[in-house]
Design a protein around this ligand. Structure first.
Ligand SMILES: NC(=O)c1ccc[n+]([C@@H]2O[C@H](COP(=O)([O-])OP(=O)(O)OC[C@H]3O[C@@H](n4cnc5c(N)ncnc54)[C@H](O)[C@@H]3O)[C@@H](O)[C@H]2O)c1
Length: 253
């Protein structure tokens, strides 16, 4: 029980990596707030956790919205009386296209969902963690896209790239309060988002092309990302802050 007694919010908990993280955290004793824009999937994950004997609450959350983000933090405090861990995982992908053909509206949406959401979450959670005075953990789901970008995903890469200095600068800002801030950098993962990245061509061919770029020979799974998040969230990572933890089978070497 590596998260016994901890309260954790996981955004985008209804699918993919977020679902994996929420379930693993609950299995390790955390009380979990599953924050998700999709009521159906978010509720299903909470039902699964409860059925397995864990403790979780669903809070419908739009991480791009100030009021909704504030309510998400408030819901954790109301339900569990405190907050220790915020995993900012919700995000969106894009279909491959050259940068110069990427529509402006898509550019704006990607930066809203993948970057502004991180700022909004930080704005709400930091005062709470500071007031509690017992440290805390913020984990941002970044991506290998920030470190070793693929062509035709330039704007998505840019959103994840922005999170590297944001995460590192925040780690420095919050170190005096013993609040650790780290990033997860998974390689392309077997989640619903993958279909965006694979594009509209032959799925099997695109999938094989992606796998061929990973020295260890497979894409990432929610369980891989959940294991990394668990380490960063736990007290075992007490001296770890400001890192971009690659979960990538060697893709970024
Ligand atoms: N799948 C990959 O290849 C890959 C690789 C590296 C990083 N990532 C990142 O991992 C994170 C999770 O992605 P995933 O692959 O699990 O995708 P996913 O599509 O399976 O899950 C994303 C979840 O976020 C939720 N979401 C989207 N917008 C939201 C909003 N405004 N408010 C609240 N929830 C919202 C979705 O409803 C969905 O449940 C994302 O930040 C993504 O960019 C994905």
């Amino acid at each position: 029980m590596r998260l016994e007694g901890k309260v954790a919010i996981v955004t985008g908990a209804g699918s993919g990596f977020g679902e994996g993280i929420a379930k693993r955290f609950a299995g390790e004793g955390a009380r979990v707030v599953a924050a998700e824009i999709n009521t159906q999937t978010g509720s299903r994950v909470v039902d699964d956790i409860t059925a397995d004997g864990g403790e979780a609450t669903f809070v419908r959350t739009d991480v791009t919205d100030t009021v909704s983000t504030k309510a998400m933090i408030g819901a954790a405090l109301d339900a569990y009386g405190g907050l220790d861990i915020l995993v900012q995982n919700a995000g969106m992908g894009m279909k491959p296209m050259p940068m110069h053909e990427t529509p402006e509206a898509l550019f704006d949406k990607l930066f809203l969902v993948n970057v502004k959401s991180i700022y909004l979450g930080v704005r709400e959670v930091v005062p709470v963690l500071k007031d509690q005075g017992k440290g805390g953990v913020i984990i941002n789901t970044v991506s290998t896209a920030a470190i070793r970008p693929r062509p035709n995903l330039a704007i998505y890469n840019g959103t994840k790239g922005a999170l590297v200095p944001m995460t590192k600068a925040l780690a420095l800002e919050l170190a005096p309060d013993k609040i650790r801030v780290n990033g997860l950098c998974p390689v392309a993962g077997d989640t619903p988002m993958l279909d965006d990245f694979l594009g509209d061509g032959d799925r099997n061919e695109s999938y094989k092309r992606f796998v061929a770029t990973v020295p260890l020979g497979r894409l990432s799974l929610p369980s891989d990302v959940a294991s990394a998040a668990l380490y960063l969230a736990s007290d075992e990572a007490e001296l770890v802050t400001g890192v971009m933890l690659e979960i990538d089978g060697g893709r970024c070497i």
